[in-house]
Design a protein. Structure first.
Length: 362
């Protein structure tokens, strides 16, 4: 049986708590910001200002948020959906197409906006990539086995409509910008969102629904992306612009170059998912993870948890990005590829996020 956390009986109490901590939950911005920017390096410098006086308050709030244990109930009603899964050969040709089924629930964000959360069964997988994989980097080593507990994950990255629905629920200054993205459209992924803003989005939904929403750990993200595969992409040997949005001026294997769209695309628009029922795990926008950046997997957790700096888990240390984006060559969109960026920066037109929700199994 799958259980989620119970909604609170009095959301007004939680609303008041959110208002009280709002001013403490907004980290400093970088001192200089160009009009727009994109992530270009595997690891960016993290010389932006830290949390300063916010440190103790933010750490205290998030510790309370992450460690709280609301009473579980029988759970929401899970619905089933069907989807297509394809496997590509090295030429980018579909060599297998099959129909899969998964379970999900929809979180009501108000004003007709929902957030589909797909059930991801627990399991064990080999994280990282072998040295023989094209595009392999030392930061993807050593490969190691990780056991991941069940969780729910967004079927898509957070859209602009979903972001706006949550941002406008909470209009105490300074609040989340309801329309931060460069490329406008309700069903396009939200971008130009910092790690801190993504965390605040999760915190607002959590406190108003009683469910524990958060960013995925890096291990959860790769496990969910691979969905049982060990190939460079969950699609198989390579990807094409028929199944993902990326910079096709470069190729990964023997596939054709395809179309370079030069912007984000509507979530789920390619019509194919991985075996867990998740869409757009390769390309479109980078996705924030909870973890700090580490240059390799030596001493990495093996239980699926986020790998955090033990000194101060909410400092300005670079955070993990996964999945690649619309302006990145396909080799950087691989399941194992890792990037990092400054958590306070919200100027990147190729960074978004996907949420997860904790479950209780019985």
């Amino acid at each position: 049986m799958v259980r989620v956390y119970q909604r609170p009986k009095d959301t007004q109490v939680l609303w008041e708590k959110l208002q009280a901590i709002n001013s403490e939950l907004n980290p400093p911005r970088p001192s200089q910001k160009p009009e727009d920017s994109t992530v270009v390096n595997r690891q960016q410098s993290s010389q932006a200002g830290g949390l300063g006086s916010l440190g103790i308050a933010v750490v205290g709030f998030f510790n309370q948020f992450q460690n709280s244990e609301p009473s579980p109930v029988e759970g929401v009603t899970l619905k089933s959906f069907e989807f297509d899964v394809v496997t590509l050969d090295k030429y980018g040709e579909i060599k297998k197409r099959r129909r899969h089924q998964a379970q999900y629930f929809t979180e009501d964000l108000g004003n007709g906006v929902g957030l589909d959360m797909v059930y991801i069964p627990g399991g064990r997988f080999l994280m990282g990539s072998p040295e023989t994989e094209k595009g392999h980097s030392d930061d993807e080593s050593p490969q190691h086995w990780v056991r991941v507990s069940p969780f729910f994950m967004g079927k898509f990255t957070v859209t602009q409509a979903q972001w706006r629905a949550v941002a406008t629920l909470f209009q105490v200054s300074p609040s989340l910008n309801p329309q931060p993205s460069k490329f406008k459209g309700d069903t396009l992924p939200v971008e130009k969102v910092s790690w801190y803003e993504a965390m605040k989005f999760c915190a607002i939904i959590s406190r108003l629904t009683g469910r524990n929403y958060r960013l995925p750990s890096e291990a959860e993200w790769e496990y969910a992306c691979r969905a049982g595969t060990s190939t460079p992409f969950h699609f198989g040997e390579t990807i094409t612009t028929d199944v993902a949005n990326y910079d096709s001026n470069g190729t990964y294997s023997s596939e054709p170059e395809g179309v370079y769209r030069e912007q984000t695309t509507r979530v789920g628009s390619f019509g194919v998912a991985n075996s867990f029922g998740l869409y757009d795990m390769h390309g479109n926008v980078w996705e924030w993870c909870a973890d700090h950046w580490y240059p390799n997997y030596l001493s990495a957790p093996v239980d699926g948890s986020a790998w955090l700096n033990s000194i101060n888990e909410y400092d300005h240390h670079s955070r993990l990005l996964r999945g690649g984006s619309w302006d990145i060559i396909p080799g950087i969109c691989r399941s194992a590829c890792r990037f990092s960026y400054i958590p306070a920066d919200n100027i990147q037109v190729n960074i978004g996020f996907r949420v997860v929700c904790d479950v209780i199994t019985a």
